[in-house]
Design a protein around this ligand. Structure first.
Ligand SMILES: [Mn+2]
Length: 332
């Protein structure tokens, strides 16, 4: 029998909210990642098992290509919630630190109960019910525990989705969050049918050729600062146009910047595909630097090793503002 990550969790409020709801919408954050999508797919599979509930999935942005192999990925509705659509009884937000990051109109949240399940320390506790715990390596691991609490066994689909969530949020079981309990969970997931190599191939070994080209263009922008303790790369609209790549193809590029010997903080700045002069800034920390705090200072959030924020202005303005906080983080 699978053992929960944290036996002291109280999942009863979640179980009660779910059993009371006739209609449920599962949602994750804008530009979803493996944890958001994996958590969503696993929970959707479990909640639709009985077939008696009306459960749907709705995200502002589409499922990234590398996660489209997960069962039910094709059932996610996209875009802003249509306000003429029926209001659900319950909205379950997964892996999302702030309500605004869901990318939905405020009015949508007026009627339904909002349940917030997340593992970001920076979570703003925006739900009517908040199950937020930063001890978890991934929201997918919270779903793992929730399924145990609900007495719902793992199957291949649920195990694969949770595996993808945990694999990506632990940087392939390499981050400090990869505790013995996380490896035990991975064993349970594999036992239940998750296949490590096929999932790895989908997630990490399926780069498009355009993606390869934007990678070389991006790495060409590499700049070392702070006495080689910080490494900076960026992607501009122009680079998207030239290579034919899209935002999904930039996934993981920041890790190359961090991988340089001696680099403590990696910074990746990319233009927002929806708005000119708006930039998404990602941070990765290597050892002591807490980039979650760093990002929070710039109005964003995240974890100690991975975080981000959004800023407006010219690329140079943005770099200068970020630089001040990065230097302070490194040398204070
Ligand atoms: Mn996560």
């Amino acid at each position: 029998m699978p053992v929960p990550q944290f036996a002291d969790m109280n999942w009863q409020p979640v179980i009660d909210a779910i059993s009371k709801a006739g209609s449920i919408v599962l949602i994750t954050h804008c530009n979803p990642d493996g944890d958001g999508i994996g958590s969503q797919m696993a929970l959707y599979d479990a909640l639709t098992e009985s077939g008696t509930r009306c459960v749907s999935m709705h995200n502002r942005d589409g499922v990234p290509r590398i996660y489209s192999f997960l069962t039910h990925a094709d059932q996610v509705q996209m875009g802003e919630w249509p306000l003429d659509a029926a209001t659900p009884d319950l909205i379950i937000a997964l892996d999302c630190g702030a309500r605004g990051r869901l990318g939905m109109p405020d009015a949508w949240f007026d009627g339904p109960t909002l349940l917030n399940i997340d593992h970001h320390a920076s979570n703003r506790l925006f739900g009517d019910i908040n199950i937020v715990d930063a001890r978890y390596c991934a929201t997918g691991a919270m779903i793992f525990d929730l399924l145990i609490a609900m007495h719902m066994p793992l199957n291949k689909d649920r195990a694969s989705a949770i595996y993808a969530a945990v694999l990506t949020d632990t940087a392939s079981f390499r981050l400090a969050s990869s505790t013995p309990a996380v490896y035990r969970m991975a064993a349970d997931l594999v036992k239940a049918g998750a296949e490590p190599w096929p999932i790895t191939v989908q997630v990490y070994e399926s780069r498009s050729l355009a993606g390869m080209h934007i990678m070389t263009a991006c790495l060409d922008t590499l700049e070392m600062r702070d006495n080689n303790r910080s490494a900076w790369v960026y992607v501009t609209t122009d680079m998207y146009t030239k290579t034919g790549a899209d935002v999904e193809d930039t996934e993981g590029l920041i890790d190359y910047a961090r991988s340089i010997d001696g680099v403590e903080v990696a910074v990746f700045i990319r233009c927002d595909e929806h708005a000119a002069d708006r930039w998404k800034v990602s941070f990765r920390g290597k050892t002591f630097a807490n980039v979650g705090t760093l990002a929070a200072e710039l109005g964003g959030g995240g974890h100690a090793h991975a975080a981000g924020c959004q800023l407006s202005g010219t690329l140079d303005d943005v770099r200068e503002r970020v630089q001040a906080v990065v230097s302070r983080t490194l040398f204070n």
